[in-house]
Write a new protein. Structure first.
Length: 583
């Protein structure tokens, strides 16, 4: 038995309530080490001699990664009126019984190992149920089966006359002004709705000095190049009327030097009442240059993005008020939070409380490029941009650096480490405004883009479409990934658009796809296949390499994505979703 591989945290990380009122308890063990794991429970306060509250549950392995297996058990917790002598179960005590493949047995409780079953409650883990139930991680239901569409407003659509030579310029420069605006987006909502999108996320729209708008000058003003407040209201209201949600980009980590507080500091130095709103290293304020850092903390050492000190209560309250304003007064449905991992936990706890007090169904999604479970325990963000998915998909399909079994292990790490509530709403992206286009990295191979989209749509998590991918847009590293949207029909790949439509249709209609409700999952590294058997009867197969492979055991079944009979062949970088034809 590998003791060092066993891990359990007796807090919100591994013992938490689900929305349906069940308590989920999890434990990690070394991969392949355990033959069985059991969870034993009892009430802390009730004497077993008076009433036996003990129970035992065989735990289910729900995920595996390169080094660990993850086990869980869901417990029905009897509350008011269940016990005659103690009307409420107040505190659960529990411990684990672990049996390895060789039959060796050990018990774990109170972060200690025991050679025999513990009977003293102080040798068991403690779970105060009332307080833990109050910490239930509630995520809006509307977000759990949604498709997200990201728009870069200045480059998406316009109501102005812009010459095609500018709109379709490639490569594009970071400061090229294509005159994109909010009314242009509103006029193209049909394109987005017909694609099967549920949520529109727009990068910053507030007054700024740049095309990208990540250097906020005024949080309370729509940038004049994009329109005004009325245009924003119209866009949100029309999207809502069409059944789509709207989220804005909250750039709360940094501002422009032209932001009122920073300008006051430049004018008044230490006498400015806003002096503590930023991290200033010197009274001699310098924005720096390409070779020198600015004399203050900033995003990525960029002088025109000075970093706000959100540990300062006044600064924090200002930003929280901004966040609440757009939730309350514009009816937006949530925030995508820019470089959110560079802001402290105490701020995000306050921000969440304030936003959720106005709209409990608002969604908060943090930008973090790495594994971030510490922000996802139910009191800060609801979800995260899943760049782990982005990296794994690219390395498997484009680079061939990850095998199908390796991909399953990488996904198992996410499933094993994140709170269960988060998994359905992880924003699974294949590219974004911060990365080169997937098609660019695929060297123009549209089969690879179609396969990556299928992974997004047909596996658990929230599919995240970067505008234009649905018509096979390409583009290199930032800023070339932010080209003008392809509206000329002759430039659009309509077959790709219809493929995306087909994928979103089945995502919305086969619940087992989004729930990850599988009877089995397997990987064949030699054939480069991933195979998922759904509880609803379908079989989903991804082929992650070139050349044809056969799956003759499913020949004659109905292939849903093409609406044809499956001939038993899966082409290179292909995907099939087959179902037994009962006709």
């Amino acid at each position: 038995m590998i003791y060092s591989g066993i891990s359990h945290y007796a807090d919100q990380r591994d013992a938490f309530f689900l929305d349906d009122g069940k308590l989920r308890v999890r434990i990690a063990t070394a991969r392949g080490d355990m033959g069985a794991v059991y969870l034993h429970t009892r009430d802390k306060y009730i004497d077993p001699a008076q009433q036996d509250t003990r129970a035992c549950y065989k735990m289910k392995r729900y995920a595996s990664d390169f080094g660990h297996d993850y086990f869980s058990a869901d417990i029905e917790i009897p509350m008011a009126g269940h016990f005659q002598k103690n009307p409420d179960m107040l505190c659960l005590r529990y411990f684990f019984e672990l049996v390895d493949e060789a039959g060796a047995r050990i018990w774990l409780g109170d972060s200690r190992f025991f050679p025999g079953e513990p009977t003293d409650v102080e040798a068991m883990y403690d779970c105060p149920l009332i307080s833990r139930r109050e910490m239930t991680f509630h995520i809006p239901d509307w977000a759990k089966n949604a498709v997200v569409y990201q728009i870069f407003p200045t480059r998406y659509a316009t109501t102005e006359k812009v010459d095609d030579s500018l709109w379709y310029k490639a490569p594009i420069a970071w400061d090229d002004d294509l005159h994109g605006n909010l009314r242009g987006i509103t006029e193209h909502l049909d394109h987005i709705k017909k694609l099967g999108v549920d949520v529109i996320y727009m990068t910053p729209i507030f007054k700024a000095n740049t095309v990208h708008k990540y250097d906020t000058v005024d949080y309370y003003a729509v940038d004049p190049s994009l329109g005004d407040e009325n245009d924003l209201h119209e866009l949100i209201d029309k999207a809502h009327s069409m059944g789509m949600r709207v989220m804005l980009d909250g750039v709360f980590n940094h501002t422009s030097p032209d932001f009122f507080a920073f300008k006051d500091i430049i004018a008044n130095g230490r006498n400015s009442k806003y002096y503590d709103w930023y991290y200033l290293d010197s009274d001699d304020i310098s924005m720096g240059s390409r070779t020198e850092k600015p004399s203050y903390q900033s995003f990525a050492y960029v002088g025109f993005m000075p970093k706000l000190r959100l540990s300062n209560p006044e600064t924090a309250q200002y930003v929280i008020d901004v966040g609440c304003h757009y939730i309350r007064d514009f009816g937006i449905d949530g925030w995508r939070l820019d470089v959110a991992d560079e802001i402290g936990h105490s701020f995000w706890k306050k921000f969440r409380k304030a936003i959720k007090a106005i709209n409990p169904d608002a969604l908060l999604v943090g930008e973090s490029w790495h594994f971030s479970p510490d922000f996802l325990q139910g009191d800060e963000w609801d979800s995260v941009m899943n760049y782990t998915f982005y990296k794994n998909i690219g390395e498997m399909i484009n680079d061939g650096n990850i095998t199908p079994s390796g991909f399953l292990s990488q996904q198992g790490f996410i499933k094993g480490g994140y709170h269960s509530a988060v998994l359905p709403v992880l924003w699974n992206l294949i590219d974004s405004h911060d990365t080169s286009r997937f098609l660019w990295r695929a060297n123009g191979d549209k089969r690879k883009l179609a396969l990556a989209a299928a992974f997004q749509m047909l596996t658990p998590g929230t599919p995240f479409i970067y505008y234009g991918d649905e018509v096979a847009m390409t583009g290199g590293d930032d800023p070339d990934n932010r080209r003008g949207m392809l509206w000329d029909k002759s430039m659009q790949d309509l077959d790709m658009y219809h493929w995306y439509q087909r994928l979103t249709f089945f995502r919305h209609t086969i619940n087992a796809l989004t729930a990850g409700d599988y009877t089995s999952v397997s990987a064949d590294d030699e054939k480069c296949l991933l195979e998922y058997h759904l509880s609803s009867g379908e079989v989903l197969i991804f082929h992650t390499a070139d050349g044809d492979v056969t799956a003759k055991e499913y020949k004659g079944w109905k292939e849903l994505l093409t609406d044809k009979e499956f001939d038993g062949t899966i082409p290179g970088y292909g995907c099939v979703l087959v179902r037994i034809d009962h006709k």
